[in-house]
Write a protein that binds this ligand. Structure first.
Ligand code: ZN
Length: 69
């Protein structure tokens, strides 16, 4: 199960959360309780993902990466 890193767009808090691969829920910042957070793919390899797009992902919100949508 991959660990996703999140950065809060409101206060800049960085935190981690375990997520299922198909997880598409919302994440709440633990510091300010806002849900305006962006997901950053961690360096921990995630099993079950086809292709090698994780190596192409900059870790920011790119449109071409399945992990960033
Ligand atoms: Zn926050």
């Amino acid at each position: 199960m991959p660990i996703y890193n999140f950065i809060c767009n409101e206060c800049g808090e960085k935190f981690e959360q375990l997520c299922r691969i198909s997880w598409q829920g919302t994440v709440t910042c633990p510091a300010c309780k806002q849900t305006d957070v962006k997901k950053v793919i961690s360096l921990i390899s995630s099993h079950g993902r086809s292709g090698g797009d994780s190596s192409e992902c900059s870790g920011k919100s790119c449109s071409g990466c399945s992990g960033c949508k």
